[in-house]
Ligand binder design. Sequence first.
Ligand code: SF4
Ligand SMILES: [Zn+2]
Length: 104
Amino acid sequence: MLTEERTQRTIDAKGPVLTCAVTDCSYNRFEACHAPGVIIGDVHPACDTFTVGPASIAAEEALVAECAVSECMYNTKSNCHAAGITVGFHSAHADCITFRERTQ
Ligand code: SF4
Ligand SMILES: [Zn+2]
């Protein structure tokens, strides 16, 4: 049985971006993400933090700040509970490829 403290930690879980193949993003350096926090989009699991411009190392390790993909099995109330996510290309944009559709 989970203690209240552990339950809270679980609710607040924010896994890291383990790797990101989208090397043309400003926050990407050698396939590691250095964004201050990554936001994954709503119906579609795209990385909304993706941006093109000058290189930006805003954080040593990027965490999933928010995920609005409620259909994903790792998602609870906009928090991602995956141990970490992998981001890759989908067409010409970045998607969370750790997304797994929830089964009832
Ligand atoms: S596309 Fe998203 S996950 Fe990849 S480096 Fe950019 S902000 Fe990070
Ligand atoms: Zn996509």
